[in-house]
Ligand binder design. Structure first.
Ligand SMILES: Cc1ncc(COP(=O)(O)O)c(C=O)c1O
Length: 331
């Protein structure tokens, strides 16, 4: 397997802590919940993208890049972390951001993008993100620069490899702490580089946990198809003789609500609950919905009281500041 030899640009503080959520566990009456704190990866307020960027930035450097171009919504956590990673690597950063209007309010992640000196390109049509990134790349190339495009969320085989490496990290922590975890909950979109990497990582490490994705946007068949394809492309990239079928991708689409980025009541309840039991901030787009799924599965008795469940906290708290009224309404 190529994973140990892959070039990595150091960005993350690893391993991230694995912390028992004692108050939440007591409140729900079991199972034992542990939180894997990838919100504490350490780069510019942290998050899951930092792990992926270690591999992506190293790849950009190996190709002689001068500029990184990436894309997302105006409150993208991925874009904020990419902008910070570029600063550390001495690269310029252009962010193609979709927003409801041409002049979005400068707050949350978008404020941090400005502070990090990234160049924003605002568009309104989300489906034009890659076309706009390619246009920027052409402009830069014609000026003698070397652009490197990172797709939305860093969700390609290079980025997903980070969550195969993560699976080894988690496995080692559990062995050290003498814990046997039966489930791992994580946000899942399509393409969801983190979810795909986790599903592959579970197979490669032969881990005892079931990876349970909670959808943040896409319908079930899309996520299963897209993420199994990405997991298999990642396996090929890593030189692994392993293939996943769509049935290996577990995702519950019951907690998405009206759509991507639109918080549900259960998501807001989960955000409040985690703040007030564990002193911990979830976000309204990904981790709030994922925790809502976990809580509901526990309340419905789908998880045994004697099981141990890991919740992957992928970060995203800066986007809370873009939604103060919505968050307040739930308190
Ligand atoms: C906080 C947070 N959690 C989860 C995700 C999903 O990660 P991925 O696209 O790597 O599956 C994202 C992606 O932007 C995120 O910002």
């Amino acid at each position: 397997m190529r994973l140990p030899g892959l070039p990595r640009f150091p960005l993350a503080q690893l391993p991230t802590p694995l912390v028992p959520a004692k108050n939440l566990t007591a409140l729900l009456g079991g199972p034992q919940i542990l939180i894997k704190r990838d919100d504490l990866t350490g780069l510019a307020l942290g998050g899951n993208k930092t792990r992926k960027l270690e591999y992506l930035i190293a790849d950009a450097q190996s190709r002689g890049a001068t500029h990184v171009i990436t894309m997302g919504s105006v409150q993208s956590n991925h874009c904020r972390q990419t902008a910070a990673a570029c600063r550390l690597a001495g690269l310029n950063c252009v962010l193609v951001l979709n927003a409801p209007n041409d002049d979005p309010e400068i707050q949350g992640n978008f404020l941090l993008d400005h502070m990090l000196g990234a160049e924003p390109r605002i568009i309104q049509d989300k489906s034009r993100r890659m076309a706009e990134a390619e246009k920027v790349a052409e402009e830069l190339t014609s000026q003698g620069h070397v652009p490197y495009i990172i797709p939305t969320g860093g969700s390609n085989p290079i980025g997903s490899s980070a969550y195969v490496a993560f699976s080894y990290e988690l496995m080692n922590q559990l062995i050290e702490q003498g814990i046997n975890a039966t489930r791992l909950y994580a946000a899942a979109g399509g393409p969801g580089g983190t979810h795909a990497g986790l599903c592959l990582g579970q197979k490669v490490t032969n881990a005892p946990w079931k990876v349970q994705g909670i959808s943040t946007e896409d319908p079930e068949d899309n996520i299963r198809r897209i993420n199994s394809t990405l997991a298999n492309e990642t396996a090929s990239y890593l030189g692994l003789d392993l293939r996943l079928g769509e049935d290996d991708i577990h995702v519950d689409v019951g907690y998405t609500g009206a759509g991507y980025g639109v918080p549900t009541d259960e998501c807001l309840e989960a955000i409040k609950l985690l703040a007030q039991t564990e002193g911990l901030f979830l976000d309204p787009v990904y981790t709030g919905k994922t925790m809502a799924g976990l809580i509901d599965h526990i309340r419905k008795g789908e998880i045994g009281e004697d099981e141990t469940v890991i919740f992957l906290h992928t970060g995203g708290a800066p986007s809370l500041f873009a939604e103060p009224k919505t968050i307040l309404s739930a308190l």
